[in-house]
Design a protein around this ligand. Structure first.
Ligand SMILES: [Zn+2]
Length: 204
């Protein structure tokens, strides 16, 4: 399937804007974080390796297949491409995946084995939740420089717990997704807000 130039331009713009917004919040310092959007069942537009996420331009993206292989073999995809592909493979409705490295998600994921979020109005932004009167568990995985091994671990967890709304990697960051980049961004914003609240309440 050939992706249309309009679709690529639209998704590129959505990710450039998400990068600026996240950078403004301090959630993607330096070249940290990476973003992607699904173009077709087996093609994904994803940030290239080494780009600052607050300063993305259309050259900062490439198209890869679900094995993480760039269509243009001269390009280098983000180091964590396989974590994005695990989500697209696991959830056929996933259309956008965003990964952030905030202070709150880094501190909490180093401190806790999982993060329970309960009673927050913003829980309603997460999949399958329609009331604040709910509790959601965000799992924390140990960081691992072997991304294929980490992706396999995440996949095994998500098969056992299909309700997993997002996940954290300890001392590293958050992965969240949605049907498109906009929904994934809303979920990142909601989760980062709740993580900050958790961090604040732990300081009391
Ligand atoms: Zn990362």
């Amino acid at each position: 399937m050939k992706e249309s130039a309009t679709q690529i331009a639209e998704y590129t713009q959505a990710m450039i804007e998400a990068g600026r917004l996240f950078h403004g919040h301090g959630w993607v310092p330096a070249t940290g974080g990476n973003f992607s959007a699904r173009l077709s069942p087996d093609r994904v537009l994803i940030t290239a390796s080494g780009w600052h996420k607050g300063e993305l331009s259309p050259e900062g993206f490439l198209i890869a297949d679900l094995d993480g292989k760039p269509l243009d073999s001269t390009r280098k995809a983000s180091y964590e491409t396989l974590l994005h592909m695990q989500i697209y493979r696991h959830d056929s409705s996933a259309g956008g995946v965003l990964h952030t490295h905030s202070i709150a998600n880094t501190v909490l994921s180093r401190r806790l084995p999982e993060i329970r979020l309960a009673g927050y109005e913003l829980l309603k932004l997460l999949p399958g939740i329609n009331t604040h009167d709910a509790e959601v568990t965000v799992p924390v995985f140990a960081n691992d420089q072997d991304i294929a091994r980490l992706a396999a671990q995440v996949d095994a967890h998500m098969k056992r717990h299909p309700e997993t709304p997002a996940y954290l990697i300890a001392g590293h960051g958050l992965y969240a997704w949605g049907v498109n980049v906009a929904q994934a961004r809303h979920r990142v914003e909601a989760l980062e807000f709740m993580f900050e609240c958790e961090l604040w309440s732990q300081k009391q």
